[in-house]
Design a protein around this ligand. Sequence first.
Ligand SMILES: [Zn+2]
Length: 571
Amino acid sequence: MPNVQALYRIWRSRRFDEVVGQDSIIRTLRSQVRSGSIAHAYLFSGPRGVGKTSVAKIFARAINCIAPEDGEPCGRCSACEALVSDSNLDVLEMDAASNNKVDDARDLIERVKYPPAVTRYRVFIIDEAHMLTTPAFNALLKTLEEPPRHAVFILATTEPKKLPDTILSRCQWYAFRRITPRIIVERLEYVARRSAIQYETEAMWIIARASDGGMRDALSLLDVCKSTADGGVVTARLVRDTLGAADPEVLFALADALVDKNARAAFQRMDACLAQGLEPQELAGSLCEHARALALAKICEDDVADILAATAQAASEYKEQAQRASQESLLRMIDLFAAASQTNKWNASPRLMLERAVLRSCIPDDAIRLEELAARVEYLEDKLANLALNPAPVQQEARAVPPPIIHQNAAANNDMQGIVNDTRDAAASDTALAVNPALSPANAESSLDANDLWERTVDIIKRKYTRIYGMVRGGQPQAVNGDELQVYFDNDDKQTSFYSEMLNKGSNRQLVDQALSQAAGRSMRFVPASGKRAPVPPADNAAKLDKVFHTFGREKVDVVPMEKFGNNVNI
Ligand SMILES: [Zn+2]
C-alpha cells in the first residue's frame, strides 16, 4: 500500500487566510506583521487541535518574510523559501512534553544567543509549554527578562493556568477558541470536495459534533472513515459505526417509547438495538445524550439547532419529542442513563443497569412525585423527632428568662466590645452577636455559613420549586461573598456540569435566587461555578465561638472585634 499522508497534514493551514475559526487573533497578528511591532514572547492557549501550532508557524514565516503581503508571508522570497523546510535552523519547534529536562532548556538558551542564519528573527515554538520543569521555566524566564533582539518565543499550551505568573506576565496572550460545528462542517466539506471524497452531509455533522471543536480531530476522523469507506461514500451510518454510536432513527424510536411511558415497546426496541451489536453501556450513553438534547430542546426553543449543532430537520424532531415529556422526566432520564453508562467493576451486569434505567424512565411522573412526597414527609418527621428530643436552646432560654434580665441583656449588648460575662443568657448573647451593629461587616457576613444556607435553600426549592430540585442537588456550597452564594458543580461529572448549565438558563436562576433570598432573610444571588469539588469551608464564627464558650466557660471569655487584631487573627 502506498504511504498516504494524513488529511490534517495535507490540509494544515499555511497562510493566515486559510485558518478557520480564530478570526480576531489572525486579524491582530496580521496587523502586527504589517506594522512590524513584534513582541518577544507570545502565549497561544486553547483546546487541542484548534490551530495554535499552525498559526505559530505561519506567524514565524510572516515576521521573517522580506515582502509580506497584507500581513501574509509572500511564499516567494528567500526567507519564505528557507523556512519551507522543517529542518531550517531559524524556526525551532520544541515539544516540552518530550523535552522537559533542564539540559534541553539550557541548550535552547545557548542557541538563543546566536543570531539567525538567514532570517531576521529566530523563532522558538514551544509546544505543550506547561510541561516544562521548574528549572526549565527559570532558565526560560532569565532569557525573557533580557531577550536578544532577534529572538521570538511562542509558547503553545492547552493548560495556561499551569504556567508560572512570571512567565505569563511577559507574554502577549492569545486564547484560541473551540471551532463551532458549523465552521468545521464547512471545512470538512471543502476538504472532501478537493480530495475527491464522496460524503453525506449528515456524516460531516456527526464528525463535527464528535470532534468537540478541534479541527485536527475532525480531519483525523474523516481520514479514518474515508479509509473504511474503501473508495465508497462516507455515510452517516459509517461514521456512527466508527464512533460506536447508535443510529438516531433507532434512538428516536426508543425514546418515543420512553417519553410515552410504554415499557413494553421500550424493552422491544432496546432489545433490537442490542441485537445490532451495540454494547449496553454505549446505548445508555447515547440515550443520556438524547435525553440531554430533548431537555435543551424543551428549554431553548428558538435556537436549539445551533445549541445542539443539529440540522433544522433534526432540531424540529427533538422539539416535537420533547414536548411530550415533562422536564422532570427528562432530567430523570439523564440521571438514570448517565449512571447506566458508567463502567465499573461493581456493575455485575451493564445490561441489568440499562434495563433498570429503561423501566424507571417508564414510571409515570405522578408515581415519582408520590415517591418524592413520601421522602419529604419522612424528612420532616425526622426533623420533628429531633426537635422533640433536643428543643432549640433559644426557646428554652426565652421561657426561663424573667423580664428584668432582658433589660440587663440590652445593657450587655451595648457593651459587646467589652466583656461578655452574662452567664445566664447564652443564646440571647449569640443572637446579639449576629445582629450587633458594633461588629464589623466582615464578621456579620461570615456568620452566614455557606453549608447551612445552601441546605435551607435546597429545602425551600424541594418544597416550592420541585422542577429544579433535581438540578440543585448536585451543588457543593462554597462561600458567601457579600450578597452572593457560590456553589460549585463538578465539571468532570457530565450530569452535574449539565445541571449548572441548565440552572443558568431562563427562569431557573431566578427561582434559585428567590429560594436563597428567603433562606438568608435578605436579598441574595446564587452564583453557580463549575470546577473541582472544593473543600467544605469551616463552620461560621458564631459556631466557633460556641465551642470556645463551651470549652473554657462563658464567664472566662472576652469577645473583642476582629479589626483590633488586623486580618491575621480569627476568633
Ligand atoms: Zn516572503
